[in-house]
Design a protein around this ligand. Sequence first.
Ligand code: NDP
Ligand SMILES: N[C@@H](CC=O)C(=O)O
Length: 408
Amino acid sequence: MTTIKVALLGFGTVGSSVYQTIQTRQSKFERLIGRKVEIVGVLIQDETKQRDIADGILVTSSFEELINICEIDVIIEAINGIEPGAGYLQSALERGIHVVTANKELLAHEGKTLRRTADKGHAQLKYEAAVAGGVPIIGTLQQLLQVNNISNVEAVLNGTSNYILTEIAENKVSFQEALNAAQKLGYAEADPRNDVDGWDAFYKLMILSDLLLGNQPDWTKVTRRGIRNITLADIQAVETAGWRIKHIASLQVNEGKAQLRVEPMAVSEGHPLYDVAGVDNAVSIEGDLAGNIKLHGPGAGALPTASAILEDFVQLYKESDNRQTISETAFSKEDFNRLQDWLITASPIPHTAAVKQRWSGKQANSNTYLVSAAAEELENLLQEGRINNFFRLAGSGRKIQDTVPVLT
Ligand SMILES: NC(=O)C1=CN([C@@H]2O[C@H](COP(=O)(O)OP(=O)(O)OC[C@H]3O[C@@H](n4cnc5c(N)ncnc54)[C@H](OP(=O)(O)O)[C@@H]3O)[C@@H](O)[C@H]2O)C=CC1
Ligand SMILES: N[C@@H](CC=O)C(=O)O
């Protein structure tokens, strides 16, 4: 029986979990792909750290050493940031080495170049773990794309942010306490600003854009808001009105134009993302043939991410499909002056906004209002401290009367 030789780049939360799983599931791999799997080398940064890695496996901080000494069939990459990882993957693909990566920041920036190199080098590039952790969204979209037209994707894509919002709401902990816990549990990025300022979800959305539309919009034109300024008072006020706040990445295609956004939104009961709690991620997809499909599961953490990586790994030896999307869809600009419906939390209501409905909160400053207003106007009111927060209503095309509970 021949052996597949694997090198791991990174031995942190994700890398060490991939290592453990490969070591303990040998018989499963043999059954699935008829070959043994051997880890031949591990690339790390700090050579002085103690690690539980078997003798005979090269552990090095030099990529040159790793790639020149070891014979490698597959590189599994789980390090942080764009460089040096992008250079390493480029060099591996040029040599015909397959790559499986979990690194969304790298892929959002360099995915296109890497895919081109993969095609030329006849190697495959797999990245299921880079979007939504253990939720198999990439494979599902690749499958659905064959005949469906996808018009709308709404997704909770950052496990850390969802965990923090849930902890604040359910356990009344502070933002900082919830973030500390997310870091301890291995959910957060090495620099957690990527999570709480919306960058991580943004990178994942750009990967979905590449996959669905064959391109990415101008990054500077995409709304990106994080969860930093959301308070317990906001969460409670919005819940009093029957809604929840979720950090949502959305991609909507309307008349050949795509609009992408990452922001906290208000979701009503019945919305596919309403019940997504803790570290879970979920993706709600509208296909013109399939209808609404929702995938829901753990969005971060060691084992779910290792699961996505190793399912990709097995697929390398079962098929060869590195298809690139070709699409006619253009990207539309956000119109910050267009009147839209929003939930705002404030007290008292600023006179400029047209109020459609009002819910009294338990505390003096926690009233919730359904208003028709322009994003720019609300952003200004927020900056001036005249409202506490504002949330777009999730669920495109829904009528407001369908989603807002009638008050007595
Ligand atoms: N944690 C999660 O739930 C998920 C993470 N990801 C992605 O997976 C990747 C890894 O995440 P995670 O395991 O949490 O991160 P960690 O910070 O736990 O681990 C990062 C690993 O990469 C190594 N590393 C960092 N920089 C370099 C470098 N320049 N050269 C060589 N090695 C380097 C570190 O080395 P050393 O040990 O010496 O410090 C460490 O072993 C990231 O891209 C992340 O976005 C994707 C999905 C989920
Ligand atoms: N930091 C990320 C990890 C997975 O991609 C998250 O919290 O979702």
